[in-house]
Design a protein around this ligand. Structure first.
Ligand SMILES: [Zn+2]
Length: 322
């Protein structure tokens, strides 16, 4: 499905095998070709859908000359390498995104970090093994690629008559960026601002000092006063009221933080136990992982606020009130 969403901007909605069901790819048609913002996953059905969508506006994959990626998640960069092979498109990403690709090349080390962290936070070895299998499977939905050019946060980029800025918006991931077309008032928000859900937050195991929730809230503040009239998110329909959405997301995390604190007050718990209090006990392996991540980012902020502390107990980390 392709929809014109602004002059020369189109949104293509591609399938996704997760609960979200779909991911939006934004394209900007210009004089010489097509610029793509995010790509969708590299899985059967995605590429042909992209091809068919482009065809309906008289374009083809061969016309794609540049690919701008918001962050290194499978649904956002999965097809970049494949498209580049066909069209020779230049792949742009943040410097942090490039580093993350490098980190993940060492699969053995990545798995070691995953196992250590999630067992410490209270998952069983069996659950963690299942999780590792799942993450390996997802990795197949990224066609391997190299970043050609790292985006400069201080530079304005021009495509034809349109100029845009790169906004660093770490939080959902450490490398997340948004694209802002100031003159048109258009924000390509990736996963930073979504209309119906808040983006999942989780640790970057290669960068333990990264504070996802603190960064996410700061990244909301950093964009809240921009003259934005239209937001094109990676999941969900375009919408307009940036400030209102930001307020809602802040409120959501405030409430969630209170719930996490109330759970820890009862007795010392692992992150997993706290996540069960908040998200329930009936979750699938992958949802357990997402719930644990969401809980963890709150726990580390409560530690920063001096409200709780952590201590080791055998292989696990327990959290208790101060
Ligand atoms: Zn994402």
């Amino acid at each position: 499905m392709i929809k014109e969403i602004a002059e020369n901007f189109y949104m293509i909605t591609l399938p996704m095998p997760f609960r979200l069901k779909h991911v939006n790819v934004i394209i900007l048609v210009h004089d010489k070709g097509v610029a793509l913002f995010d790509t969708g996953l590299n899985m059967s059905g995605s590429f042909s859908k992209l091809e068919d969508s482009l065809e309906t506006i008289g374009k083809s994959v061969h016309d794609i000359d540049s690919i701008f990626i918001t962050h290194h998640h499978v649904d956002h960069c999965g097809m970049a390498g494949k498209i580049k092979e066909i069209s020779g498109a230049v792949i742009y990403m943040s410097e942090t995104g490039r580093q993350i690709i490098e980190n993940h090349k060492n699969e053995g080390l990545a798995i070691q970090k995953i196992k250590k962290f999630y067992i410490e936070q209270g998952l069983t070895e069996k659950t963690v093994d299942g999780l590792v299998g799942l993450l390996r499977h997802f990795k197949k939905a990224i066609f391997p690629f190299q970043v050609d050019e790292c985006l400069d946060f201080n530079k304005k980029y021009t495509i034809d008559d349109k100029t845009f800025e790169i906004l660093p918006t770490p939080g959902h991931t450490r490398d997340h960026i948004c694209f802002f077309f100031r003159e048109e008032g258009i924000l390509l928000s990736g996963d930073h601002i979504l209309p119906e859900i808040t983006p999942n937050l989780g640790p970057d195991l290669f960068c333990p000092e990264f504070r996802p929730l603190r960064s996410f809230l700061d990244s909301l503040t950093s964009i809240q006063d921009l003259p934005v009239s239209r937001i094109f998110p990676a999941h969900g329909a375009p919408f307009s009221d940036l400030k209102k959405r930001i307020e809602e997301m802040r409120g959501h995390h405030k409430k969630r933080g209170d719930l996490v604190f109330a759970s820890v007050k009862e007795r010392p718990k692992t992150t997993f136990e706290v996540s069960q209090d908040i998200f329930g006990k009936d979750l699938s392996g992958f949802d357990k992982f997402l719930a644990l991540n969401e809980t963890y980012v709150h726990l580390i902020e409560l530690i920063q606020e001096g409200l709780i502390e952590e201590h080791k107990s055998g292989k696990q980390v327990l959290y208790n009130i101060n």
